[in-house]
Design a protein around this ligand. Structure first.
Ligand SMILES: NC(=O)c1ccc[n+]([C@@H]2O[C@H](COP(=O)([O-])OP(=O)(O)OC[C@H]3O[C@@H](n4cnc5c(N)ncnc54)[C@H](O)[C@@H]3O)[C@@H](O)[C@H]2O)c1
Length: 328
């Protein structure tokens, strides 16, 4: 294939998972060539089938934590068109698994960031959009989480490696990046669901239809954002004129959120109304879980963005979408 310098390209690292496909659709709509690099530990090429006809989507199995693999994937994209941005979505999204084995987050959450940034510089790719997480904050109790808080003490390996990735990207911004966007979001829901509380409950009910066992006492309360709102917010930030190189934003619903108990009840109502809900003990679902937090999205709101759905509406819509995904 010859190089098309008129065509702009976007790399989406980890683009075959949950959030990636929605972003792929939006970037294809902009007329870009989209390159999805994913090792398919959690993602599936099939999630991107609906875009296959565009002629501007390239999917490549890539281990992004491997220097050779990462470099050659980025170089192959740059040989096709003018690749000017990388969206980094690849990470371990199984937080409890990362607590059991810290190597998982070191490799998939941090090393992927390190290798991507390292491979971008010689190719002159200078815009980096990073999917960070509310997990970088750790447990601030009832204090509202806003971007100015610090020092940050994450309580999961996942959160620690996200924070280390933010720091690594910041150093790269000093060195060669033109634009660095760091998006911190809490819980995102929708399809194709690859993980998360709703999918977990639906799988549990499929295994034991009469009982739903919940980790913790169900009092954990968090805000939830629908994936369509998340992607819209990320694109608002990317399009915004600004003088600073680096932007750090929380993206979340600004309501108080919903409890795990409420989500369990809604899933049971949709899947099997006669099932009994059995709660565990303690307010944490797992070590490293932050049971309750209030999230500030004031900065995003000041940029004119607000989610179309609050936490309740986002969760209800996602339950329906995921139940259909799982053929229920
Ligand atoms: N979904 C949420 O609620 C949420 C909340 C906060 C932050 N985030 C972050 O947003 C990003 C996207 O989340 P998601 O929900 O789509 O997760 P996901 O697990 O569905 O997608 C991540 C993708 O990265 C791929 N991947 C993982 N390690 C890789 C590696 N070493 N090499 C190549 N590919 C690799 C997986 O196969 C998967 O397709 C992640 O970085 C996640 O940490 C998500």
């Amino acid at each position: 294939m010859t190089h098309d310098s008129q065509l702009n390209g976007s790399v989406i690292a980890g683009g075959a998972g949950f959030i990636g496909p929605t972003l792929v659709g939006r970037l294809l709509d902009e007329g870009r060539h989209v390159f999805v690099f994913d090792n398919f530990t959690r993602g599936k090429a099939a999630y991107l089938d609906k875009y296959a006809g565009s002629g501007r989507l390239t999917i490549r199995r890539t281990e992004l934590a491997s220097r050779n693999d990462c470099e050659s994937a980025l170089a192959s994209a740059a040989a096709i068109c003018n690749v000017d941005e990388v969206w980094h979505l690849a990470a371990n999204s199984d937080i409890p698994a990362g607590i059991e084995d810290p190597d998982i987050d070191f490799t998939s959450t941090f090393q992927t960031t390190f290798e991507l940034l390292r491979a971008m510089q010689p190719l002159g790719i200078r815009d980096f959009h990073f999917a960070s997480s509310s997990a970088v904050y750790g447990d601030f109790g009832s204090q509202t989480l806003h971007e100015g808080l610090g020092p940050l003490f994450p309580i999961s390996n996942y959160g620690a490696m996200k924070l280390a990735s933010e720091a690594q990207a910041s150093a790269a911004a000093e060195r060669f990046l033109r634009r660095l966007n760091i998006f911190r979001f809490p819980n995102v829901v929708g399809i194709p669901a690859t993980h998360g509380v709703i999918l977990d409950f639906i799988h549990k009910l499929a295994a034991t239809p009469d009982e739903l066992h919940v980790l913790g006492d169900g009092s954990q309360q968090k805000s939830y954002l629908h994936v369509s709102d998340l992607v819209a917010a990320m694109l608002v930030i990317r399009a915004r004129e600004r003088s600073s190189k680096t932007e750090l934003v929380n993206i979340g619903a600004s309501d108080a959120g919903v409890t795990v108990k409420w989500i369990a009840e809604q899933v049971v109502l949709r899947v099997n109304p006669s099932a009994r809900i059995v709660f565990g003990s303690g307010s944490k679902g797992w070590i490293g879980d932050v049971p309750r937090f209030s999230y500030s999205s004031e900065k995003m709101h000041s940029y004119g963005w607000a989610p179309a759905m609050g936490s309740e509406a986002a969760v209800l819509r996602a339950i329906d979408e995921i139940a259909r995904q799982e053929s229920i």
